[in-house]
Design a binder for this molecule. Sequence first.
Ligand SMILES: Cc1ncc(COP(=O)(O)O)c(C=O)c1O
Length: 433
Amino acid sequence: MVQLEGRPPEGGGMEEFMALAELFGYSDETLAKVQSAVSEEKGVPVPQLTRYYNPQPSRVKMLEEYACELFGSNYALGVNSGTSALNSAYAACGIGPGDEVIVPAYTFFATVAAVVTSKAIPVIAEVDETLCMDPQDVAAKITSRTKAIVCVHMSGNVCDMDSLTALAKEHGLALIEDNAQACGGKYKGRFTGAIGTMGCFSLSSYKITGAGEAGLVLTDDEWLHTRALNQHDTAACWRPDRFAVERRPGELFCGQNYRMSELEGAVNLVQLKKTEAQAQRFNRNMRTVADHVGEFKNIRPRPSNDKEGDVGCMLVFFGRNPQHSGQIIQDLGEAGVSAGGRGSKTARDWHIYTYWEHIMEQKTATEEGCPFTCPYYQGDPPRYSPDMCPNTTDLMERALFVNIDQWWNEGDCRRVAGAINGVFANLDTCCDR
Ligand SMILES: Cc1ncc(COP(=O)(O)O)c(C=O)c1O
């Protein structure tokens, strides 16, 4: 028997690790979860934060179980970003060469990039005044090559799910919800992200719910879940028997590694438990402010697909023209109201199609230009131009977003509404083109 004497040092770097977690300003509750995710490890050189083959009960699994319970979905999969969630859902739905996927002209670029990395062709549809996908334009853009519609609940605003679901059903398409910006939103009482064929969430620090970098994929369909599992972990650690032969054709294919770490699982479990109350606070405050803003001839509020279901982190109005909206935003800022626009000649914005240089110019990682030049694609060569969605361009140039704080009280909401009224009354008739 060989006698080995080398030993890892005691402690495994756990103190440094916890000190780092504290530095991020986590609450005691979160820190306790982080501690519990790492403290049971003894004698290993680094904290063991992997979801699979970990002797501890998996925090990622707990997060997935909680997500199913909260959102009312049969299956949930934790991944390492919202982009990974989209890539997993697209792969699960079999989106690939020759397919078209309809995406909205106003969404964070990742929704569209994931179509391209899936080797399919993005078809860009207008948004309407709700700032979500316009179902009429989607209907007009469906072809025999369309495989899926990806609707995005942008800026906390929920899409017209009845119309989009009906369209998807009529044409036999997958309806994938990008819920990265509306975690906790509801449409007619159902959580967004759990209504379509699949739902994708980002749980990054910049989102309504989240911390660090993470994402979720929801579905009610066991087979789609299985395929999403394969895409998220091509090493197949997720399988009951990792090395077993394929149980059904299509179960095993070359995927990626999008696995969520146990630390993200632990932290996001705490975060997700706050989601519902958080969305209720945002929605209550948004509606209170909106209810106290008067009616103006030239500054119109954004219509909603479900006022009670919008998350409410932003209250949106439209000015008459870009100069008008720009002036309103400036004056709101001076009145102490946090507001902004999206994109301009001097500031590019990855949320509006006109700035998606990589799509407009069909930039791909390799020179042959796949999927834009794909021989499997039977449509006319795709062409993108800044004037292809004029309604969206017009709306985005005139939209002004007032940031809502979930922690405002009734008095704060009234004061913000009062300041908005002052600015709107002053500027309602200004700034003719
Ligand atoms: C609408 C939308 N989809 C997808 C993503 C991508 O999420 P992540 O940054 O977690 O990859 C984002 C993130 O900003 C988003 O806003």
